[in-house]
Design a protein around this ligand. Sequence first.
Ligand code: SAM
Ligand code: DTB
Ligand code: SF4
Length: 331
Amino acid sequence: MTEIRNNWTREEITEIFNSPVLDLMYKAATVHREYHNSSEVQVCTLLSVKTGGCPEDCSYCPQAARYQTDVKAHKLLATDEVLAKAKEAKDAGSTRFCMGAAWREVRDNRDFDRVLDMVKGVNGMGLEVCCTLGMLTEEQAQKLKDAGLYAYNHNLDTSEEHYDEIISTRTYDDRLDTLNNVRNAKISVCSGGIIGMGESDGDRVGMLHTLATLPEHPESVPVNALVPVEGTPMAEQPRVSVWEMVRMIATARIIMPKAMVRLSAGRVRMNLEEQALCFMAGANSIFAGDKLLTTPNPDVVQDEEMFQMLNLKPRKAFKGEASVKFEQIPL
Ligand code: SAM
Ligand code: DTB
Ligand code: SF4
């Protein structure tokens, strides 16, 4: 059994990342089969519960207020509306429901109380509930946990060295502090990043190195291909090739064997064969439904056809073991 290690060196990861791509895939596929059922893929659904108008300057993001994009700002959705969407997602076969808010950080106000109600409601439906709401204090993480939150998504996005080129309104350490608060509240950690933002291979390795040397690996690692959106500073970035996705996914799989590696944003621009390469490289989770937060994603029917063609089946909810003790809280 491949050992779980938190002491990877940057050199070791660089060597894996740069190995011949077919060897890299083969190694990743082997590790994948040691720790996971390779015919299972976790299906998650995203919902933007509060859209746009964000004060941050993340240069990839269509929801930052300072960029002129087509995204229409919308205040926090009503709880009923969110629960109806969660039910739709469950009926369509999703087992994880992730609610995103275009906030810099959570504030202790009525909106947060409403998000806590949403978490309770979605948990009561038997779905793994995930949120991505920006920075969190330890107390806020605990409140989310008490409401039944299963996982929290907070991406490092890129390497520490490249971070300042992408975002100036918060620091890498702020991100790491939030991840630490989430971990301490015994919430499952979801953290990854985006490729295609002008970073070097060294930056890609750097981000994976930070994730793989956290005291505990994240339970899930989303790998996003930049979705270039008109109006953002990243609008003209060239498209990432499937081989770049494969290298990221396969390296993540090898150095964090137990993690769910999510083939996240960017699937609309990939055909079935390209996505199959990513599954072969160790991806075992996707976002389903025709919208991510604000940008398009393949529709459910297309994904059903893909699952059939590739003999994949959706993974059941709450299969994650890890250090996350979780009980469904009865309503
Ligand atoms: N505001 C919160 C935050 O930034 O943590 C939560 C929502 S934010 C939209 C969640 C993540 O979406 C970002 O960290 C980023 O990784 C991803 N994301 C945003 N825009 C993207 C884009 N255009 N392409 C790919 N990923 C994107
Ligand atoms: C993640 O890593 N990717 C998702 C989720 N976590 C929140 C978000 C992708 C957003 C893509 C751009 C958009 O749709 O606004
Ligand atoms: Fe705001 Fe999150 Fe978008 Fe950054 S990524 S601008 S914090 S919504």
